[in-house]
Write a protein that binds this ligand. Structure first.
Ligand SMILES: Nc1ncnc2c1ncn2[C@@H]1O[C@H](COP(=O)(O)OP(=O)(O)OP(=O)(O)O)[C@@H](O)[C@H]1O
Length: 538
């Protein structure tokens, strides 16, 4: 199920609306949608009934999470504790919860902070759905209720929930005597609140999240089920403020094997698609494991992969694979560049209590636990760029020549000369000054020079991708340079590097690295790059 489909539910696109669209007559369409009166049926997902087996097979590798959630929701009409579903972007959280509701055919209200980006929009979206109110030209596209403050929202929410639950109870009574198709099951109503991690972007007063999490205690309505969805772990939200902590359900990031299963489902020619995945999955997984991004890239790449098929009818399977690959290979790098992305979400790992304690002590000591647990899915060159920026901010520019000479940092201990007391003092003073100033700024040229030097002194065998990058950089390949600039811009967007003002003398833009040493070391470790050898220390 795509995002559009999910959004359709939130918009409650009605059957009358969709049937009218077949006529192509806008006037008729508008009229019908305006005269449409929503009913309790609009509170369920709709569509054909989805069996449990079909639910499982629609989401390969998510059986554990599906059964956990179904178990937590409990049998029909049973009260539940709030649930907190979390995991990285595009790990299936939204689609799966909505399809579970399609399977159960229970009433739900879905609101996402991605589309409702202010408290007002969010509150009103929930109330509109509960009050079966549809915005249209007749009502001037206005909401059922105007609501900005949490206190107003609670009162209106309670009122509308009571009314809906009352109707659902009457409906359930009728249902048991006379089975009506499409009617919701049971008299519980579930509020699904998605993309909580986005609230912090606009809620500067930090009151909305605690308020959302205390809804269970405030409402005290056993007929209401609360389901929170977030990209970030529960650790990033609760701070012992006294509300019932929701039960966590973790959606781990997909492994390469998981993604193979996900992309293989629904494939007519599994053998052919498998040979395609054998070529693309590994390089793409290094850049992203987001199903949405991969599926966009794979759908066009697979068409390319299949192009020569007509001419290969009479060749052996192995020969066919070989020829398809050589035809297709040039397209992989292009497509990889298109989906380059830097994750900007904090840790998403199931943690033991010990781990939690460790993290809270890091937090107390002012450390940056987000970075400690960040998982990196960046291209190799982006990682080098990140390290280069870190070095440029950390080290004095005057030391670049000595640190990045032909022998590089790998044998820096050999280069140590006996320093005079005076030069030691000078170094100490320079370091003190550096610490006081925080990370320094640097021009683009310096970043690129460091990048070029460090990406050519990798320990151990270079992988093919990286080797090509370095060769292309050294030969001044302009396409590659634009890739590097694009990656720099992505790192800036993710706030790993920030653009400072331009230097009045040079007139060029200066940059500053914003990552901690821990994070830089982690990135370096993933590249087997000996970062400590390049750090300027006393
Ligand atoms: N296990 C899976 N099997 C099939 N499709 C999947 C699976 N996991 C994710 N998808 C697909 O990936 C796309 C993104 O999923 P979805 O929007 O549910 O992710 P999400 O975790 O809610 O992401 P976000 O945190 O960005 O909101 C959807 O089209 C979904 O159907």
């Amino acid at each position: 199920m795509g995002k559009e489909e999910i959004q359709q539910i939130t918009r409650r696109t009605t059957r009358s609306f969709s049937s009218s669209s077949a006529t192509g007559n806008e006037a008729v369409k508008t009229k019908i949608s305006e005269s449409y009166i929503p009913t309790l049926k609009d509170l369920v997902f709709g569509g054909n009934h989805l069996s449990y087996d079909d639910l499982l097979s629609s989401f390969p590798t998510r059986g554990v999470q599906i059964s956990q959630i179904v178990h937590l929701l409990g049998p029909l009409n049973s009260p539940m504790l709030p649930i907190f579903i979390y995991g990285g972007a595009s790990t299936g959280k939204t689609s799966i919860i909505l399809q579970i509701f399609r399977h159960l055919n229970r009433p739900l209200v879905y609101a996402s902070y991605r589309t409702c980006y202010s408290p007002c929009l969010f509150f009103e979206s929930i109330l509109n759905q509960l009050l079966l109110h549809k915005k249209n030209a007749v009502n001037g596209y206005s909401s059922s209720k105007r609501c900005e403050k949490p206190s107003d929202f609670v009162n209106l929410l309670r009122e509308s929930l009571l009314s809906v639950i009352g109707d659902l109870k009457v409906n359930s009574g009728k249902l048991s005597s006379n089975k009506l198709p499409g009617q919701p099951n049971g008299s519980m109503v579930y509020l699904i609140l998605d993309n909580l991690e986005l609230v912090r972007n606009w809620d500067k007063s930090s009151t909305i999240l605690p308020f959302m999490f205390s809804l269970y205690d405030i409402l005290k309505m056993p007929e209401v089920g609360l389901i929170y969805i977030s990209n970030t772990s529960p650790d990033t939200y609760y701070s012992n403020v006294g509300y019932v902590e929701p039960i966590p359900v973790y959606f781990p990031e997909y492994t390469e094997e998981d993604l193979r299963q996900i992309f293989l489902r629904n494939q007519e020619n599994r053998k052919l698609y498998l040979s395609f995945l054998d070529v693309v999955l590994k390089p793409f997984c290094r850049v992203t494991r987001r199903v949405d991004e991969l599926s966009t890239a794979f759908s066009s790449l697979f068409r390319k992969y299949c192009e020569p098929l007509n001419d290969l009818e009479h060749v052996s399977y192995e020969e066919m694979k070989r020829r398809l690959f050589s035809h297709f290979q040039p397209h992989i790098a292009l497509s990889l560049n298109e989906i380059f992305q830097v994750p900007s979400w904090p840790p998403l790992e199931v943690e033991s209590n010990k781990e939690k304690k460790r993290k809270s002590s890091i937090r107390k000591s002012g450390g940056c636990e987000d970075f400690a647990e960040l998982d990196f899915h960046m291209s190799t060159s982006a990682k080098y760029l990140l390290i280069s920026a870190f070095l440029a901010s950390r080290n004095p520019a005057t030391l670049d020549a000595s640190l990045f000479d032909s022998t590089a940092g790998s044998d820096s201990h050999k280069r140590k000369r006996k320093a005079s007391v005076k030069s030691l003092e000078q170094k100490e003073a320079a370091e003190q000054e550096l610490l006081m100033k925080g990370p320094g700024t640097f021009p683009l040229e310096r970043l690129l020079a460091i990048f070029q030097c460090i990406s050519s002194v990798v320990e151990g065998p270079l992988d093919e991708e990286n080797e090509n990058d370095v060769l292309r950089f050294e030969s001044g390949d302009s396409g590659f340079m634009s890739d590097v600039l694009m990656q720099l811009s992505s790192l800036c967007n993710a706030n790993f590097i920030i653009k400072g003002g331009s230097c009045p003398l040079e007139g060029s833009t200066r940059y500053r690295s914003m990552i901690t040493e821990d994070m830089a070391l982690k990135v370096a470790r993933s590249l087997k790059f000996p970062l400590p050898n390049y750090l300027y220390r006393r």
